[in-house]
Structure formats: structure tokens, C-alpha cells
Design a protein. Structure first.
Lengths: 293, 297
């Protein structure tokens, strides 16, 4: 769509800008401010320059947390995106079943995050949880407080349970916006199921998938409440992700300088990955459009 | 002649559709349909099982919960729900949560509507940069903003109020709302705006009377996402509140009593946090089923 050049449009943006600036820029400046200072109390502080940043980047515990975080985010994306598309494809399209399935599938998304943690804590406990108890009855020594493998598998399963619905929901509504004529044309051409998916459904899903994958990446990278409630970051520090390291440092130990520097690094990583992803997809689409034109 | 050829386009289409449906019914083996249903059912069982377990536990007495595994409540009790509905520290948690979620939805949609309109219709200095900057706020981990928020809201005297949480959630909800609404608005042809202005509508009148009704399903979808992300967030909400505006999710973290965790109350409270979400999905289900294509193209 061609847009009109009009700088008065700023007036429409202004209220939003003021609100977001109040909750984004002021706090961010505070963080930047802390990150270059050593704060003793309200009146005593020293300028430290980039010292905190160097210290944080060289901290082995944090490096490990970053790697863990990437491993976690990539794993859940690799499972949730294909699974979500699959669910969207088999969800019923008409009648009361469609509504019922939609509501059931969406349910996990609308549960507060720490309640999700509690649900899985209850579900996986060896003594009172259905899953934990069943696995033990089957002869597997399932224990998330002692075995890092069990803890990881459970957290990934929990995340799949929690967030696959988002991808499914977005894809489902993306699929519903494809006009019937496309399918009719495909049937006339005797296109195979795979061809319909590859050349009709998937291209139409690109946009929703970009949003879905971006949202999923960001949220999985910020995950806090669920593992905190379920495993508390343990056993050891095997499931301590970045947010939890950060809150422990900032609130628990009150290390303002280092945690502010850490915050900025953390934020920059998310920004960078999202930007690369966003630009890559947008360029891919542009190439395709140029190719068609 | 009874089997005459159809004459209107309507009739042609109907006939083609019924023939098509017949052909498809014959062509597609039944087994495949059942496989599809089976997979769907399996996924729904996977979704429901943990929730069922929570529900099951919320109806059991604490002695039954700890006494051994039972697949359904044998000693059915409502004591945990009764406790939540009679103890104000419990039920006020729900009131507080719903209060700030509704406030946040109202604020976000009110400022996001004009902003999204500006992004979808006009070109102005810095529009692309501004849009990307907005999205970066969506990416900001709440943990990063924890401490500065606490200090900021404490300084301006908003600590432990509903509006503090509502404003804090604007950080990610306004950008999300602008993002979603912009996509919907770009789907409305610009000729509509132009015609309305030629007909003598002022901008505010056009916006409220004509434009908003046209994107009502977009607003429905947006409100759903706003509700979702504000309702489920805990980290900011519990940091910015103490007692007066404490959200239910953080009340729940305090169920650890002297005798260990009160599993029954935890399960009952958890079950009750699922209900508002179901109500919201129920209202927007048709908007979602109608299909929407999000995002800028």
C-alpha cells in the first residue's frame, strides 16, 4: 500500500510513545547508569567504566548459563514449530468441534507462568504426581531433583506443553485465511497433499510463523517462572537459565553494577538474534517477490 | 425436466460443491480421517492430563493427597475452594490480578489504536526506526527491568498499586498491540478513509464510527493477546506489589506453611486461575477461527 507522507502522524503516535518511553527508556537509562558504576550506598559510588562488562563476559558460570539458554531455546523451537504446524493442520475446521478444540488447545497459554510450574511440579512428583509415579512404576528411576537429564527432559516437555499452542493457534488462523479457491485450483491440478502444503499453505503461513518463531525465541530466552518453580534451577545449576542467574544476582546479592552490565549483555543478545532472524526472513521474502516479478 | 442445468451462478456453485464433497468422501479412505482424529485426540489428552491432575488434586483433602496416589478424588471435598473464597488474602489476589489486567488492556488498546493507524497509513520521519524500537521492547527480558522498575515506581509513589503493574505491562503489551493492529489495519483499503473524508467526516468521527467497527475482529484478537500476556506475567507484577495489589500468582507462592506445602489449596487456586482464560478464549474463538494473517508484508 502506498502511504501518504505526513509528519503530523507523529501526533497519533505521541501518547503511545510517552507511555512506552516512561516504562522503557527511564529504567533502561538506570540500568546503563549502574552498569558503569560501583555503588556502595546512596551517596558513595565510583565510576568503573567497562570493568563490569569485562568481568561478566569472563564469568564461567554466566558463560555456561548462556550456552544452556541457547541449547534450551533451540531445542524447544525445533520441537514446537513443526509440532504446532502439524496440530494446526489437523485441527477441525467447522462446527462445534472447531470451537471446542480451539478452546482446549489454547488453555495452557492462559495459565499464569508460575502456575504452569506448579502444575508440572504436582504432575511430576514421584509420590503424588501421575507422571512421576507412573514412570517409577514402570521401573524408571525418575527424579528431577537428582538427575539433570530428567530435569531437562521435564522442562522441555513442560515448555512444549505450554507453548506449542501458540504456534498452533497462529498457524490455524493463518490457514483459515487462505481462500477456498486455492484449494479448488490445487484439486483441479491433482496436487498431492505435500504439494498443497508446500506451495499453498506454507507460503501463506510465513508471516504468522515469523511472528510465532520470534515470540517463541524471545520468551524462551526470558524463561523464568516455570523452571524456577519446577526445579529451582537444579540439580546443581543444570537448569539455571539467564533470567534466574540475573534475578539472583540483582535481588538476592544486590550486586547492582555487575547485574546491570549482565542485563545489557543479555538484552543485546536477544536483540541481535531477533534482528538477524527478522532481516533474514524479510530479505528472503523480498528475493522471492523480486523473482516472481 | 427435473434434472435441468443450473442457471444462476449460485446454483452452479452449490452443485459443484456437493459433487465435489461426494467425490471427496469416496476418494479419501476412512482410515485416514480416523488417523487424523486419533492424533488430535492424543494431543488433547497430552494437554489435558496435567490440568486434570491439578483439578483432581484440588478436590482431595490434604491427607488423601499425601496418603497415596488416587486417580480420582475418593474423598471429594470442596474445603480448598471454600478456603479461597472466604479468606480475603486469597480472593483479593484474583480481584487484584483482574483489576490490573483490565486496566492494562484499556490503556494499551487506547494508545495503540491511533499509533497503529499512523504506522499503517502514513510515512513520517523515523517511522521504520520507531517501529523497530517498539519491537525491541517486546524483547526486553522482565528480569532486566526488575530493579529499575522497583526504584522508579517507588520514587513516584506508585509502588503497590494496580496502576503500577498495568503501566509496567505496557512495556511489552503496547508494542504487541501496535504490531497486531497494524497488520489488521493495513488490510482495510485506503479508499475507505478517503471516501469518508470526502463525505465530510472529521478524523475522530471517522475513526470511531467507521474505522473501529471495520477492524473489530482485529481488536478482539489483540485484546486476547493483551489479556494473555498481562494475566500470565508474574515477575514484574510480584516485584511491584506488596500487599494491596498483590496478584493471585504471587499469593500462591506463599502457600508453604509450617507443615510443608498446602497442596490442596495450591491446586484449587491454580484451577481458578485457568477459568478467566477460558472465558476470554470463548469470546474470541470466532475471530480466531475466521482466520487472520498477522504481520507486515
Amino acid at each position: 500500500m502506498t502511504k501518504v507522507r505526513n509528519n503530523r502522524a507523529w501526533w497519533l503516535i505521541l501518547p503511545m510513545l510517552l507511555l512506552v518511553a516512561f516504562s522503557a527508556i527511564i529504567p533502561l537509562m538506570t540500568v546503563v547508569n549502574y552498569s558503569v558504576q560501583d555503588v556502595f550506598d546512596a551517596n558513595t559510588r565510583f565510576f568503573t567504566g567497562t570493568e563490569w562488562f569485562k568481568e561478566m563476559l569472563n564469568d564461567p558460570a554466566l558463560q555456561a548459563a548462556v550456552l544452556r539458554q541457547f541449547a534450551f531455546s533451540l531445542t524447544v523451537l525445533a520441537i514446537e514449530v513443526p509440532l504446532g504446524i502439524g496440530i494446526a493442520l489437523i485441527m477441525p475446521k467447522k462446527g462445534w468441534q472447531a470451537s471446542a478444540v480451539l478452546i482446549l488447545v489454547t488453555m495452557p497459554l492462559l495459565i499464569p507462568w508460575n502456575v504452569v510450574g506448579s502444575i508440572w511440579q504436582i504432575f511430576t512428583r514421584g509420590d503424588i504426581g501421575l507422571m512421576g509415579w507412573s514412570l517409577r512404576e514402570l521401573g524408571y528411576g525418575y527424579n528431577i531433583t537428582a538427575s539433570p537429564v530428567d530435569a531437562w527432559a521435564t522442562i522441555i516437555l513442560m515448555d512444549v506443553w505450554h507453548w506449542t499452542p501458540l504456534i498452533a493457534l497462529l498457524c490455524y488462523s493463518g490457514l483459515r485465511s487462505i481462500p477456498d479457491a486455492y484449494y479448488q485450483a490445487a484439486r483441479i491440478d491433482r496436487a498431492s497433499k505435500w504439494a498443497v502444503f508446500r506451495y499453498i499453505q506454507l507460503p501463506k503461513l510465513t508471516n504468522v510463523l515469523v511472528i510465532g518463531v520470534l515470540l517463541r525465541f524471545m520468551h524462551s530466552f526470558m524463561i523464568y517462572a516455570e523452571p524456577f518453580v519446577l526445579t529451582g534451577g537444579g540439580p546443581g545449576s543444570s537448569t539455571t537459565f539467564l533470567s534466574q542467574s540475573l534475578t539472583t544476582m540483582a535481588i538476592g546479592q544486590q550486586d547492582l553494577g555487575p547485574s546491570a552490565a549482565f542485563s545489557l549483555i543479555y538484552f543485546l543478545i536477544i536483540l541481535l538474534v531477533s534482528w538477524v532472524f527478522y532481516t533474514a526472513i524479510m530479505n528472503m521474502q523480498k528475493d522471492k517477490q523480486d523473482g516472481e516479478a | 425436466m427435473t434434472d435441468s442445468m443450473p442457471t444462476t451462478p449460485e446454483a452452479v456453485r452449490k452443485r459443484a460443491a456437493s459433487a465435489d464433497a461426494r467425490r471427496r468422501r469416496q476418494a479419501r479412505p476412512l482410515s485416514r480421517q480416523w488417523r487424523k482424529r486419533g492424533l488430535m485426540a492424543a494431543y488433547i489428552v497430552f494437554v489435558l492430563l496435567p490440568i486434570y491432575w491439578l483439578l483432581n488434586m484440588s478436590f482431595q483433602s490434604n491427607t488423601e493427597i499425601l496418603g497415596g496416589l488416587t486417580l480420582w478424588p475418593e474423598d471429594f471435598t470442596l474445603e480448598h475452594y471454600a478456603k479461597i473464597f472466604t479468606d480475603s488474602s486469597w480472593y483479593m489476589g484474583y480481584v487484584n490480578s483482574i483489576t490490573y489486567v483490565v486496566m492494562n488492556m484499556a490503556i494499551s488498546i487506547a494508545v495503540a489504536l491511533p499509533a497503529a493507524y499512523a504506522f499503517s497509513r502514513y510515512q513520517f520521519i523515523g517511522d521504520k526506526h520507531l517501529f523497530f524500537w517498539l519491537l525491541t521492547n517486546l524483547m526486553a527480558p522482565p528480569a532486566v527491568f526488575l530493579l529499575p522498575y522497583f526504584q522508579l515506581y517507588y520514587t513516584v509513589g506508585l509502588f503497590d498499586t494496580h496502576i503500577a503493574v498495568a503501566l509496567a505491562h505496557c512495556l511489552f503489551n503496547i508494542p504487541l498491540a501496535v504490531w497486531i493492529l497494524e497488520g489488521f489495519m493495513s488490510g482495510v483499503p485506503k479508499e475507505i478513509d478517503e471516501t469518508a473524508f470526502i463525505d465530510g467526516y472529521s478524523f475522530p468521527k471517522f475513526f470511531v464510527r467507521i474505522f473501529i467497527p471495520m477492524i473489530s475482529s482485529g481488536i478482539g484478537v489483540t485484546l486476547f493477546f493483551l489479556f494473555m500476556f498481562s494475566w500470565v506475567e508474574l515477575l514484574l507484577a510480584s516485584t511491584l506489589t506488596a500487599t494491596n495489589a498483590q496478584p493471585i500468582a504471587s499469593v500462591m507462592t506463599q502457600t508453604k506453611g509450617a507443615s510443608g506445602i498446602d497442596w490442596g489449596a495450591l491446586a484449587a487456586a491454580g484451577t481458578l486461575t485457568i477459568l478467566p482464560g477460558i472465558v476470554v478464549v470463548y469470546f474470541v474463538r470466532n475471530h480466531i477461527a475466521k482466520g487472520f494473517a498477522l504481520g507486515r508484508t
